[in-house]
Design a binder for this molecule. Structure first.
Ligand SMILES: [Zn+2]
Length: 292
């Protein structure tokens, strides 16, 4: 058994090991620059080895769709994985070559990663560990579909003549002074807006900076990490198996036509159901009123 650690030249370490493949290469890495690694992957296939890749379904990976398509045409199996919960988040960075060499470490296979303090470890001839990594690879392929189905299963409204979907939204009261603000968790039908309160007096103090960072972020990687933290925190807010699908803030004031208005703006949405939720609810605060 041998173990080597590398803190630089990650790409050439990967290239050296992948080029040796004769049977099969498994790769589970969250971020891969397929353009940059295209020739290396192509060579694996040219050597008649199988190539199976699982990576995260994110904007960066999708931007290499033409390289991905070309590799698939050459025989590669490539899966962009959607992971619904932080506990299942795709953060893997490993590869198994010919069922005997493991590459593992903190290194995403993208040029960005080379500039930070990343490492990659090459482990050879340690069969027990190889089995664990191969099992993990198989698990990655299986959990996705099931977990997303559970999350996307949303309750239906029971009001007469309404078949709307019911979502759980954490609604914070209006924040004028940036002190501690409270909110309620509301179960709402997005068609008829019939709603009830599931939980009172949830404080914003823990989540506020995450929401600000989420709104300010324009980097996909960073957004995904913040998203993960938000989901984790939300899980601690609720008793029992409730998923919070979105977070909103009440806003009120005087409109241009001198009429008072109040509304609830949605500032964060769970990415697996978010496209089914509106960006704001007009004329309602869901009864969320706390004095600041
Ligand atoms: Zn309804």
């Amino acid at each position: 058994m041998t173990v080597e650690s590398h803190f630089e030249n990650h790409k050439s370490v990967i290239e050296t090991e992948l080029t040796k493949a004769k049977e099969i290469v498994l790769i589970a890495v969250a971020w891969i620059n397929f353009k940059e690694y295209f020739d290396i992957f192509k060579n694996v296939l040219a050597n008649s080895a199988k190539l199976k890749i699982v990576c995260s379904d994110n904007w960066q990976n999708r931007s290499h769709q033409s390289s991905i398509d070309a590799l698939v045409k050459l025989g590669a199996e490539i899966k962009l994985l959607k992971m619904p919960r932080q506990t299942n988040h795709m953060h893997h960075k490993f590869s198994v070559i010919d069922n005997k060499t493991i590459l593992n470490g903190s290194f995403n296979w993208s040029p960005n990663a080379t500039s930070s303090f990343e490492n990659i470890i090459v482990i050879k001839d340690l069969p027990i560990e190889v089995t664990k990594f191969i099992n993990e690879f198989g698990k990655l392929l299986k959990i996705e579909a099931k977990a997303i189905r559970v999350l996307q299963k949303v309750k239906k409204c029971t009001e007469a003549n309404c078949d709307g979907e019911i979502f759980n939204i954490l609604v914070f009261s209006e924040n004028n002074q940036y002190y501690e603000v409270f909110g309620d968790i509301i179960e709402v039908c997005i068609s008829c807006e019939n709603h009830k309160t599931l939980e009172n007096c949830v404080s914003n103090t823990q989540i506020e900076h995450m929401l600000n960072a989420y709104q300010d972020s324009n980097d996909d990687y960073e957004t995904e990490l913040i998203d993960r933290d938000i989901n984790r925190l939300l899980n601690s807010y609720v008793k029992g198996p409730i998923t919070i699908h979105a977070i909103g803030r009440v806003k009120s004031g005087l409109r241009y036509d001198d009429e008072d208005y109040e509304e609830t703006n949605i500032i964060w949405k769970n990415k697996f159901v978010g496209n089914r939720l509106p960006d704001k609810f007009d004329n309602t605060t869901f009864g969320v009123v706390y004095d600041n």
